[in-house]
Design a protein around this ligand. Structure first.
Ligand SMILES: NC(=O)C1=CN([C@@H]2O[C@H](COP(=O)(O)OP(=O)(O)OC[C@H]3O[C@@H](n4cnc5c(N)ncnc54)[C@H](O)[C@@H]3O)[C@@H](O)[C@H]2O)C=CC1
Ligand SMILES: O=C([O-])CC(=O)C(=O)O
Length: 329
């Protein structure tokens, strides 16, 4: 192996997504089979021992592409020289916690991480925020990293996209390989908008192929948007392997580019496209080439799509205003 290892920082490394994610990164699925990686694991102090246990298992896999593992509870060490950062660790909502409390608790995590990224990460740093509320946590981190181009901070809506692919494939009796351009708009929350009007099934418009507006509005959209809650209900824990899988998809496509004639979903900093306020981190249909995600421009939005996107963006604006009033951005 002649290439210099890519430094991949993972926060929340001892959590359930971390456990599903790290082995796939180390096996080469994040960046490709010709790219060695060095893992840098960040955890809170009480979870360091568990992270060490995971690192022992990583050693025991003898992955040819894994060039080393560092474990720390100091963000300044974890992000030192980071080329890719997966911000998974976050404060979950617990009983009696108000929305403001949750945003404040996460501000306490994502503000110092943004600052540490700003001070110590490599010049080509690319950040994916998975920890919820993902879009707003990404905004907090980004706003504390003024020296990093804003577009290097993204939030994960790829799991929502993948969920939408499966639901549509089942409905039409096709496979996910037959579907293209099915993207999520807005927030990674129950207000998100999975868009069938611009999606294609075997080259035909997906909404027309479905030809059932009631299913689209009353079954498809809520099933995708509330899938996270349905998994928690069924499994007794939130999505972990599928979330890790989506994080792999997001970063792989960011670095290696999206397929010609297709697009994917990612929460990216808005440039004002489609009336989404500048600076908000919202999901859009995006393409990637040369290591940059770019918003797909010029799509026509009918009244139904417009209203759905506006509702989700309004929620993002509310979250932004809340963290602003808490002094977190
Ligand atoms: N965007 C998306 O599509 C999805 C997002 N999520 C979110 O991902 C996050 C992680 O989920 P799980 O792994 O299941 O949770 P988990 O609770 O199993 O693990 C979280 C880990 O983060 C660590 N952590 C907490 N604060 C930290 C800090 N300041 N620095 C470093 N590590 C810290 C904890 O010690 C814990 O080990 C949650 O916020 C969850 O809601 C989950 C599924 C999908
Ligand atoms: O709903 C949750 O708590 C976890 C999540 O973000 C998802 O599964 O989409």
């Amino acid at each position: 192996m002649t290439r210099t290892p890519v430094n991949v920082t993972v926060t929340g490394a001892a959590g359930q997504i971390g456990y599903a994610l790290l082995f796939r990164i180390a096996s080469g699925q994040l960046l490709g089979q010709d790219t060695p990686v060095r893992l840098k694991l960040l955890e809170i102090t009480p979870a360091l021992k568990a992270a060490e246990g995971t690192a022992m298992e990583l050693d025991d896999c003898a992955f040819p592409l894994l060039s080393g593992i560092d474990i720390t509870d100091d963000p300044n060490v974890a992000f030192d020289g980071a080329n890719i950062a997966l911000l998974v660790g976050a404060r979950p909502r617990t009983k009696g916690m108000e929305r403001g409390d949750l945003l404040e608790a996460n501000g306490g995590i994502f503000k110092p991480q943004g600052e540490a990224i700003n001070a110590h990460a490599a010049d080509d740093i690319r950040v994916l925020v998975v920890g919820n509320p993902a879009n707003t946590n990404a905004l907090i981190a980004q706003s504390h990293a003024p020296d990093v181009p804003a577009e290097r901070f993204t939030a994960m809506t790829r799991l929502d996209q993948n969920r939408a692919y499966s639901q549509l494939a089942k409905k039409l009796g096709v496979t996910v390989n037959d579907i293209k351009k099915l993207a999520i708009w807005g927030n990674h929350s129950a207000t998100q908008y999975p868009d069938l009007f611009h999606a294609e099934v075997n080259g035909k418009n997906a909404a027309e192929a479905v030809s059932d507006q009631a299913w689209l509005a009353d079954t498809f959209i809520p099933t995708v948007a509330k899938r996270g809650a349905a998994i928690i209900e069924a499994r007794g824990a939130s999505s972990a392997a599928s979330a890790a899988n989506a994080a792999i998809d997001h970063v792989y496509d960011w670095v290696n580019g999206t397929a010609e004639g297709d697009w994917v979903s990612a929460g990216v900093v808005s440039d004002g496209s489609y009336g989404v306020p500048d600076g908000i981190i919202s999901s859009f249909p995006v393409t990637s080439s040369g290591g940059n995600y770019e918003i797909v421009k010029g799509l026509d939005l009918d009244e139904f799509s417009r209203a759905k996107i506006d509702a989700s963006v309004a929620e993002l604006v509310e979250e932004r205003d809340a963290v602003k009033s808490l002094g977190l951005i």
